[in-house]
Design a protein around this ligand. Sequence first.
Ligand SMILES: C[C@](O)(CO)[C@H](O)COP(=O)(O)OP(=O)(O)OC[C@H]1O[C@@H](n2ccc(N)nc2=O)[C@H](O)[C@@H]1O
Ligand SMILES: Nc1ncnc2c1ncn2[C@@H]1O[C@H](COP(=O)(O)OP(=O)(O)OP(=O)(O)O)[C@@H](O)[C@H]1O
Length: 289
Amino acid sequence: MKTTYAFSSPAKINRFLHITNRREDGYHELETVFQFLDFSDNLTFTPRDDDQITLTPNIPGVPLVDNLIYRAAQSLKNRAPSTIIQPLGVDISLDKKLPMGGGLGGGSSNAATTLLALNRIWNLGFELETLANIGLALGADVPIFVHGHSAFAQGVGEIITPVDIDCPVFLITVPSCHISTASIFQHPNLPRCTAKLTKQQRMKMDLRTCHNDCENLVANLYPEVAKLMAWLLEYAPSRLTGTGGCIFSSFDSVEEARKVQSKLPPNVRSFIARGLNSSPVLAELEQVS
Ligand SMILES: C[C@](O)(CO)[C@H](O)COP(=O)(O)OP(=O)(O)OC[C@H]1O[C@@H](n2ccc(N)nc2=O)[C@H](O)[C@@H]1O
Ligand SMILES: Nc1ncnc2c1ncn2[C@@H]1O[C@H](COP(=O)(O)OP(=O)(O)OP(=O)(O)O)[C@@H](O)[C@H]1O
């Protein structure tokens, strides 16, 4: 009887996102605070007797070789120490709940969960830092999911300082438009020179005085996002996550969030989730001996 291991793959939000510089290689330097949500995709891993890696079901429009779960598993396998003699094969299943391309980091989160889970299941013994480095080649947000704690991030997101922040209840709204991260970062009208936070501001970390540099551009390009944002701001503090288009609105209680959710225009997808300072994957890893 084979063991199947179940792991979560949580969403993240960027509580703020300042763009401070554009590097020579075209990538942007950011300052952001990441927070996880108690809303996740579910992944299972069943080790195989051979060295095949399978993934079901397929994500429509994403070939297997491009799927970040498959790529993460392959990257890890390619780096396995030569002392490992057991076959490194696994059947992976994905229960996708996170909206894709909405700034909730689903692909990066899937990759990070895969790296963490297979490192443990295959007994590879890599340190978190090594997994984070392997993950960075897959996506800028993977390291934060590997480390698994709310964090202030700099660089392209890989220079990470863990922080403990408030954990409100969020109403997350999901506009129907798919926004490509690359297209926002390449846009000539994106503000790219927000001043870096001073040491004093970082100590205080008052999230209300920060903003998301992508927000005005995304609102201009996608009137649906602008309309939704204006509607939400009537009820609660609301901000874009990542390069959008999901918006998070903060509340003190689930009841208050539900009240506003019930008034949303009928075509707007939404869910309610609480902010977390720790990724649920950390506790799940403890369960694997
Ligand atoms: C904006 C954030 O959502 C904040 O959490 C992330 O940094 C985006 O991370 P991601 O979706 O994993 O993005 P990647 O797949 O690494 O990059 C997609 C594309 O966005 C641009 N990109 C991304 C991150 C970054 N710091 N600067 C960039 O200019 C690059 O053109 C890149 O080709
Ligand atoms: N396992 C995966 N889950 C989701 N998307 C994936 C996966 N593998 C590859 N992708 C590709 O990555 C794209 C971005 O998906 P994702 O859900 O990570 O976007 P996002 O939430 O906007 O990310 P971010 O916040 O990091 O910008 C998808 O449109 C898809 O083409």
